[in-house]
Design a protein around this ligand. Structure first.
Ligand SMILES: Cc1cc2nc3c(=O)[nH]c(=O)nc-3n(C[C@H](O)[C@H](O)[C@H](O)COP(=O)(O)OP(=O)(O)OC[C@H]3O[C@@H](n4cnc5c(N)ncnc54)[C@H](O)[C@@H]3O)c2cc1C
Length: 495
């Protein structure tokens, strides 16, 4: 039963994906929300113009490739269908389950109604932001204040732990905005953890490097051209020394991202420039049909972004919150390697969970506890696995530079399981593929649910037992050259 008796007022700092998502979810619960953002508003509601012109200094990744996992799609479909409709109307596309099926499973694919749960949303990030912003601005109870940098918090003295009652947007009392609670959605550069620590909040923090640098270039299909057909070499793959992906987007746009290990200085310097980026794309058989000039024209230069990490901030210490009436959502509290494409789903999901908690109880302690528990339940298992996989990828990138490296027995077994059992089974058996996709899209609480399910494991073993010869057609397709070959072809020195 809802305990709240008077309508509350919240301040959300940051009008990015998590901030807008949180505001929309709170407005649903009858909370009035002021969303404050340091950046100017978009000058246009048109994705192409906003992409070209909107100065978005508050979001460093604004012009990098984004794709939105089914977790976000399902959240929108089930709880915010009008927002989903706005997004689609602005040009975003639903990529159905059939679009992610391995070619071997496409023949004879019988769609289930539940397969809609695996829909990816594809658009430029600008398009999602514009849709969310337009939708949020139209909701009663939401006010968006652009061009306004929050500089500090209004803290009540003498309450043991810091208690937040508003934000400061400048010096002096007149520059204070008061609210029942403040939500930090200010992203990767949030000033609040440091400010709160200075005020005595004991915020613990875990972080781990992603180990890669992101390089993105956008393209638009030429008039009359369509996207290259599926079924050829993979357009998304991990070569160990290089990860890459083609990101289908909206309104004829797509982008290519090359994620280069931090230690690959030469490759990084090469792809930072358009000519080097193109030269590498030309060597990737699943990418080159897209970037072929006859198919698409490049829309600007290469964007680069480093300093990528995973981060988890703990606003609880044991059972007690370290600050009252203050919550953090999105990248300001939890972030992960962008390669997994989970940040926007996780940010919007956190906003949705927080709004539910706020509607359920007005007790600040119970709110903090319930929100933390929800984050731990819904996101933590994925965070742990991503950090582990990043550490493995960093090691793999190091070994790729060593021509004499011989994997140890355990590593050979692990590779065998992936390459000879799980991989072929996911291409042969749609039940296995569906189960794995639930983890990929964050639709399970346990990302490893598929591999812990005896029925799925026995289906995988059945395919494995047929042996490599019978599974020949199920082997992963060659995604690109090995490191030495690529380096030779693009005239890069070996190490
Ligand atoms: C290179 C890259 C690629 C990515 N690709 C994907 C992807 O494919 N799919 C996916 O789901 N996720 C992806 N992510 C993650 C995703 O971009 C983030 O998780 C998501 O944007 C987080 O949303 P947020 O609202 O927390 O932060 P942001 O979207 O960064 O928004 C923060 C907002 O706070 C404002 N702000 C900051 N400081 C202040 C202040 N002091 N006062 C007022 N306003 C302030 C900023 O202007 C901004 O509007 C990617 C991330 C990176 C780095």
């Amino acid at each position: 039963m809802q305990e709240n008796v008077r309508p509350e007022k919240g301040i959300v700092v940051g009008a990015g994906i998590a901030g807008l998502g949180t505001a929309i979810a709170l407005a649903r619960q009858g909370v009035s929300v002021t969303v404050i953002d340091r950046d100017p508003p978009p000058g246009s509601d048109d994705p192409d113009r906003a992409f070209a012109e909107w100065p978005r200094r508050g979001v460093a990744q604004f012009r990098h490739s984004h794709v939105f996992l089914a977790r976000l799609y399902v959240l929108l479909r089930d709880h915010y269908p009008e927002l989903l409709a706005t997004l689609l109307q602005m040009g975003a596309r639903k990529l159905p389950f059939s679009a992610s099926l391995p070619p071997q499973l496409l023949d004879g694919y019988d769609a289930l109604a539940a397969d809609d749960d695996f829909t990816l949303l594809s658009s430029r990030r600008v398009t999602l932001e514009l849709a969310m912003r337009r939708f949020a601005a139209a909701q009663p109870g939401i006010e968006i204040v652009p061009d306004c940098r929050v500089q500090g918090l209004v803290l009540s003295p003498d309450s043991g732990i810091p208690e937040v009652s508003g934000v400061r947007i400048g010096e002096g009392e007149k520059q204070e905005l008061r609210a029942d609670f403040v939500i930090d959605a200010s992203g990767r550069t949030s000033p609040f953890p440091d400010l709160l620590r200075k005020a005595g909040a004991r915020i613990a923090e875990e972080s781990a490097p992603a180990g890669i640098v992101y390089f993105t270039r956008h393209y638009r299909l030429r008039p009359g051209r369509s996207e290259p057909p599926r079924g050829g070499a993979p357009s998304v793959a991990d070569l160990g020394y290089l990860k890459f992906g083609v990101f289908r987007a909206d309104n004829g746009w797509f982008s290519v991202t090359l994620a280069v290990p931090e230690i690959e200085d030469g490759l990084r310097a090469l792809v930072r420039k358009a000519a080097g980026f193109d030269a590498v794309c030309a060597q990737l058989p699943g990418v080159s049909p897209w970037t072929d000039r006859a198919c698409a024209e490049p829309m600007g230069d290469v964007y680069a972004m480093g300093g990528l990490d995973s981060l988890w901030r703990h606003y609880m210490r044991g059972p007690r919150p370290v600050v009252r009436n203050f919550f953090a959502v999105g990248d300001a509290v939890i972030r992960s390697n962008p390669l997994y494409g989970r940040g926007c789903s996780a940010g919007f999901l956190q906003g949705h969970l927080l709004a539910r908690v706020i509607a359920q109880t007005s007790d600040p302690l119970a709110r903090a506890q319930a929100f933390y528990a929800a984050q731990m339940r819904e996101i933590r298992p994925y965070y742990d696995i991503m950090v582990k996989q990043d550490a493995q990828a960093i090691r793999r990138a190091e070994r790729a530079r060593d021509p004499d490296y011989q994997p140890r027995f355990r590593a050979r077994v692990a590779r065998h399981i992936v390459e000879q059992a799980i991989g072929p089974a996911s291409r042969a058996d749609i039940t296995v593929f569906r189960a794995l996709m639930r983890g990929f899209h964050m639709l399970e609480e346990d990302p490893r649910a598929a591999l812990r399910d005896p029925a799925i494991v026995s289906r995988i073993l059945r395919i494995w037992a047929r042996g490599p010869r019978r599974n020949r057609d199920l082997a992963e397709r060659q995604a690109g050259p090995d490191r030495a070959t690529l380096f030779a072809r693009v005239a890069l020195a070996g190490s």
